[in-house]
Design a protein around this ligand. Structure first.
Ligand code: NI
Length: 184
């Protein structure tokens, strides 16, 4: 099932999501639906708040980036805990399915360590770097209620204000189904 993607301006994107209790949600089904939704929108990551669910879960699949090294990076993260982020911060241009047509350079630390459950409720503790870490950090932010635009300078934010308002009003053309906060 493909969900509409919640866009900028919806309060669910600014809310810290809560942990999922085992058995409360069919996480296998939900992860399949999230992959389907994400692929339908050509994204490489999707967090539950982006389909209107304020729970701690996200999926990543970097295969659309067509980078051989990232081909097998397809994972489900449930109740993740970021244990460590370190190294010299580096800039990378990020985008977000909830903020269509806006891409900005965001600076983050390159090396992370994260603990999470997969869709079979098996626990993992793993380290990532580079683009993999970057995708995870962006999605992890979503379940913390943080958007990449939150990191921009006040000047940049003012520059983007009109564009962001248009997204919230549904005045942006997107080739996937969205849920627009101010159209309700
Ligand atoms: Ni995003």
């Amino acid at each position: 099932m493909i969900y509409p993607i919640v866009v900028y301006g919806d309060p669910v994107l600014k809310k810290k999501a809560r942990d999922i209790k085992k058995g409360e949600v069919d996480v296998r089904q939900l992860s399949e639906d999230m992959f389907e939704t994400m692929h339908g929108a050509s994204g490489v990551g999707l967090a539950a708040p982006q389909i209107g669910m304020s729970i701690r879960m996200f999926v990543v699949d970097a295969s659309p980036m067509e980078d051989e090294e990232l081909m097998d990076f397809r994972k489900v993260f449930i109740n993740p805990v970021m244990l460590d982020e370190e190294g010299e911060p580096w800039p990378y241009e990020e985008g977000c399915l909830s903020i269509p047509h806006i891409r900005e350079e965001i600076t983050r630390k390159p090396d992370i360590r994260i603990r999470y459950f997969d869709e079979n409720w098996e626990e993992h503790e793993e380290s990532y770097d580079g683009i993999r870490a970057r995708i995870i950090q962006h999605e992890y932010d979503h379940i913390e209620g943080i958007l990449f635009t939150d990191y921009l300078s006040p000047f940049k934010k003012r520059m983007l204000k009109g564009k962001l308002q248009n997204i919230s009003k549904g005045k942006t053309r997107v080739d996937y189904r969205i849920a627009v906060p101010l159209r309700k």
